[in-house]
Design a protein around this ligand. Structure first.
Ligand code: DGL
Length: 251
């Protein structure tokens, strides 16, 4: 079953998830579509996020993908249920902030959840908070996606913006930080430096594991030679070049 696995994100963030999936599933053929021209999704109204997600994912469906990973917490919150209802036969993996493991990693301190405005506002996260929301500080990651999209992860502007957003909690007992947006693993080193004692959590590995499980369950694992990755973007060749370089940085 050597058909493509479709990956979707509003932009570069999904590359961090695809990297993990390639490690776990080296024989699979991936098609990644990033909607870089319309990123960020986080500040947009729900209906707009749904419309953009539908258009992006339609590009994957056109290629008869055997499974879809919505490698974006924001698009998952807005659109995964609709997509699942429309394609009940298709394995679909979504993402949510890794608050559950972060909650269990607490030892007297607090958990910071850094995610997009939409992820924090929508009902999927509300449900998660009702289960694991003790001692949680929610921080909308204003401006961070834009910096990653501009190839500025790791640079001084990202450092400044992270200090603006997270400054109030630096020096307090923060046991865990949840990177609740797939763009944020590219800022991991800078976030860890602000909270050296904290454990960082993101959903990448869990998502890759879930994908593997669903492929196995459905008899869809590839038996082919080493797998391939095809990159597509609404942002043109420059965006694709940055996708490739971000993928290499994670190697
Ligand atoms: N990478 C996306 C996420 O995981 C969203 C970024 C955006 O705001 O477009 O939430």
């Amino acid at each position: 079953m050597n058909d493509l696995i479709g990956f979707f994100d509003s932009g570069m963030g999904g590359i961090s998830v695809l990297h993990e999936a390639r490690k776990l599933l080296p024989n699979e053929n991936f098609l990644f579509f990033g909607d870089n021209a319309n990123s960020p999704y986080g500040p947009r109204p729900l209906e707009e996020i749904r419309r953009l997600s539908a258009a992006g994912i339609a590009r994957l469906l056109e290629r008869n993908v055997k499974a879809i990973v919505i490698a974006c917490n924001t698009a998952t919150s807005a659109y995964a249920e609709i997509l699942r209802a429309q394609h009940p036969e298709l394995p679909i993996v979504g993402m949510e902030p890794a608050l559950k493991p972060a909650h269990f990693a607490r030892h007297g301190g607090k958990v910071i959840v850094l995610a997009t405005e939409a992820t924090l506002r929508l009902s999927k996260f509300e449900r998660l908070m009702s289960l694991y929301g003790d001692d949680v500080i929610c921080v909308p990651g204003k401006g961070l996606v834009e910096l990653v999209e501009a190839g500025k992860a790791g640079g001084p502007e990202a450092e400044t913006q992270l200090r603006v957003l997270l400054g109030p909690w630096i020096g307090q007992q923060i046991d865990a930080v949840v990177l609740g947006c797939t763009h944020y693993p590219f800022l991991r080193g800078q976030i860890q430096a602000l909270f050296p004692e904290a454990q960082l959590f993101d959903g990448r590995e869990g998502t890759a594991q879930r994908l593997k499980y669903l492929l196995e369950q459905n008899g869809l694992l590839s038996d082919g030679a080493p797998g391939t990755v095809e990159y597509q973007s609404s942002g043109g060749p420059e965006a694709i070049a940055l996708m490739r370089s971000l993928m290499e940085k994670l190697d």
